[in-house]
Design a protein around this ligand. Structure first.
Ligand SMILES: [Fe+2]
Ligand SMILES: [Fe+2]
Length: 184
């Protein structure tokens, strides 16, 4: 049995998917004119940027994808390139979402349609992205990566975790807090 190097990433997807479900839920209410909590979107941006992107995507880009490339997967015109592009597309949605949510919070009008567009766009992009990783890329990584690189990969993940102590806890609590608002 080889050392597993993707389960930790699958587990992180679960928390990201919970935030995406919140974004979808609250954005559906926003479309009906029944949601005006702009701070929620700034929290979502904070979560996506720091948990999904700087933490999770950085582990993928710096450790997992790097290991796949070193072990024979092409860097260009490959699943790796596609995943990199989707990370970048996500970042563009997040910048636009942040800008519009901040303006809405400052009582600038006309931001709702922009928030809806980028919230929906990000949610759809990331759902598809996570499905591709969980169902295709990660299982492929488990098949092709040799055992001798796996301890170093886990150490690489550990470095990312130690760089940001308490991060997982902070963002789990943020998600739980917004879930409680939904269920109230
Ligand atoms: Fe990814
Ligand atoms: Fe991922």
């Amino acid at each position: 049995m080889k050392t597993n190097v993707t389960q930790v990433m699958v587990d992180e997807h679960q928390l990201i998917l919970r935030m995406i479900a919140l974004v979808e839920h609250n954005t559906a209410l926003l479309e009906k004119g029944r949601f005006r909590n702009w701070q929620f979107y700034l929290d979502a941006v904070d979560f996506i940027r720091n948990y999904a992107d700087r933490f999770h995507h950085a582990k993928e880009e710096d450790v997992l994808f790097t290991a796949l490339i070193k072990n024979g997967m092409p860097e260009k015109q490959s699943p790796i390139e596609a995943m990199h592009m989707e990370h970048d597309q996500g970042r563009a949605h997040v910048r636009a979402l942040e800008d519009a949510a901040q303006k809405a919070l400052d009582a600038e009008t006309g931001q709702t349609a922009i928030i809806i567009e980028h919230a929906r766009g990000y949610a759809a992009l990331l759902r598809g992205h996570i499905a591709k990783e969980d169902d295709i890329l990660y299982p492929l990584a488990e098949r092709v990566l040799p055992e001798e690189v796996r301890d170093d990969m886990l150490a690489g993940y550990q470095v990312a975790e130690e760089r940001t102590p308490g991060l997982e806890d902070k963002y789990r609590k943020m998600v739980e807090g917004h879930e409680e608002q939904v269920n109230k």
